[in-house]
Ligand binder design. Structure first.
Ligand code: IPM
Ligand code: MG
Length: 360
């Protein structure tokens, strides 16, 4: 197969972790007989430095032309980086939001799995970690508070800030369908997370999700309030299969879920629209404090590349091979510093990438 992949290396640890994911992709292509062409794209801080804006129209067009985009991470330290002296609409994160919206990437899949080898890194009590967990957070990505009208104005001498939270039934229905489709390929359970005891947008969310559920009689649907969901994630994470939720709740819950897997450096993600196109990126941030030190964990990005092969190219066998190679390296006791525990062997970013390659 010929694959045309856009690459946004990004800021902070981005370039280091993307390099390892590209190595793993190249090795996979070599073994399974595929051709990959990469196009480097600038977004976030790296784009501000060159173009003065976090995303140009040309880059968005180039991204649209590729079959899929692999991304590292963007942004810097808000206290020290000059990028954060720009107005909010010109900062690195704005580029990411424009890219999500511009490519209509409404479905964000964030799998959170506790690998048996990493149970020791799970911060939960042993009897909870023992049970393991494997959940898929389905986060709506192009609506809600992130894309509503916002303003900060002075009213009667007092500053007032507003952020509007809007959801249409169309937006809710399309993400709900995606959630149920994915549940059909897993354990057939959807937990829809909302705040329907307070918010109108959540009451509509619940109504539409119930309508969609009727088309999937095999799937069990439950509703959970977001505050309870935050608690259940640390009390009994094994109960979850697919968590279906809106943009802001999904942002918060996916960071929480990642932490109970041991490290945010392990979490992959895929952002999809209604074609085969997808943007694949680790769930973690750019960690500028450790950038350039060669110690960042590349596994989340490598697993994101595996998701890319699975969802954008239907190459399940190749994706399985990458995931198995990651497990094998963990089984052998190799760890980057973020998932290091006693008795294991600590290695750097490059060596982790190379060891994973060697098992493909
Ligand atoms: C994420 C990040 C982004 C978000 C930021 C960088 C805008 O936290 O992908 O979860 O809030 O969506
Ligand atoms: Mg986040």
């Amino acid at each position: 197969m010929d694959m045309n992949i856009g690459v946004i290396k990004g800021d902070g640890i981005g370039p280091e972790i993307v390099d390892e994911a590209m190595k793993v992709l190249d090795k996979t292509a070599e073994v399974y007989g595929h051709q990959i062409e990469y196009t480097q794209l600038l977004m976030g801080g790296a784009s501000i430095d060159v173009n003065g804006v976090p995303l140009t129209e040309e880059t968005l067009e180039q991204a649209k032309k590729s079959d899929a985009v692999l991304m590292g991470s963007i942004g810097g330290d808000a206290k020290t980086s000059p990028w954060y002296r720009l107005e909010p609409s010109k900062r690195p994160e704005a580029g990411l939001l424009q890219l999500r919206k511009g490519l209509n990437l409404f479905a964000n899949l964030r799998p959170a799995v506790l690998y048996s080898e990493l149970k020791g890194a799970c911060p939960l009590k042993e009897e909870i970690a023992e049970q393991g967990f494997d959940m898929m957070i389905m986060r709506e990505l192009t609506g809600g508070l992130y894309f509503g009208k916002r303003s900060t104005e002075e009213e009667d001498g007092v500053l007032v800030a507003r952020d509007e939270l809007t959801y249409s039934e169309t937006e809710i229905r399309r993400i709900a369908k995606r959630g149920f489709d994915i549940a059909m390929k897993r354990w057939k359970k959807v937990t829809s997370v909302d705040k329907a005891n307070v918010l109108d947008s959540s009451r509509l969310w619940r109504k539409i999700v119930e309508e969609v559920a009727k088309e999937y009689p095999e799937v069990t649907l439950e509703h959970m309030l977001v505050d309870n969901a935050a608690m259940q994630l640390v009390k009994d994470p094994a109960q979850f299969d697919v968590i279906l939720t809106e943009n802001m709740f999904g942002d918060i819950l996916s960071d929480e879920a990642s932490m109970v897997t041991g490290s945010i450096g392990m979490l992959a993600s895929a952002s999809l629209n209604d074609t085969k196109f997808g943007l694949y990126e680790p769930s973690g941030g750019s960690a500028s404090d450790i950038a350039g030190k060669g110690i960042a964990n590349p596994i989340a990005t490598i697993l994101s590349a595996a998701m890319m092969l699975r969802y954008s190219f239907d190459l399940d066998q190749e994706a399985d091979a990458i995931e198995a190679a990651v497990e094998k390296v963990l089984e052998e006791g190799y760890r980057t510093i973020d998932i290091m525990s006693e008795g294991m062997t600590q290695i750097g970013t490059k060596e982790m990438g190379e060891r994973i390659c060697s098992y493909i």
